[in-house]
Structures are given as C-alpha cells and as structure tokens.
Write a protein that binds this ligand. Structure first.
Ligand SMILES: [Ca+2]
Length: 90
C-alpha cells in the first residue's frame, strides 16, 4: 500500500512539474515572437520583420515601415540581435 501511495504522489508531482515547465516554455516562445518588443505579436510588424530577416535583409531595409510606434526595439541592430537569439544553433 505504501508503494502505491509513493507511486501516485511521485506521478502527480512529475506531471505537475511537466505542465509548469511546458507552460513556462510556451510563454517564453510567445514573448520571443514579439520581435519589436512592444508587448504584442502582430503579423504586420513582428511577422514582416521575421520574414524580411529570413530573406536576408539587414539594416534599414529590414526595419523600414514595419516597427511598431510603441516598440522598445527600434533599431536594425536591436531587431537583428533579437532575431539572432531565435535562430537554432547549427
Ligand atoms: Ca511586437
């Protein structure tokens, strides 16, 4: 009986930890998609910045007309540095 109680307790704890970890990782991923750092994920700003970056655009060509007015990352250097952190290591 003691073994069963220990198993159930351990299983419940591991399941809870896995859910917490998954939720925290999902939150990090969603935050990372906010490329210009204005607190929102938007296709016409963050999406276009990501697309342009993936096409190899840099500098003013990367950011012209697509950075939100309330962005905290406003320069090409800041945007490129943030997008670089999202790229998988090769
Ligand atoms: Ca954004």
């Amino acid at each position: 009986m003691l073994v069963l109680v220990c198993f159930i307790t351990t299983f419940t704890s591991v399941t809870s930890l896995a859910k917490d970890y998954s939720a925290s990782q999902a939150g990090k991923t969603i935050d990372s998609l906010d490329v210009d750092g204005n607190g929102e994920i938007d296709a016409l700003t963050d999406g276009l910045l990501t697309l342009r970056y993936l096409f190899g655009l840099q500098g003013d060509t990367l950011i012209n007309g697509v950075v939100a007015q309330d962005a905290t990352r406003t320069t090409a250097e800041e945007i490129e540095a943030h997008l670089e952190t999202l790229m998988p290591a090769l």
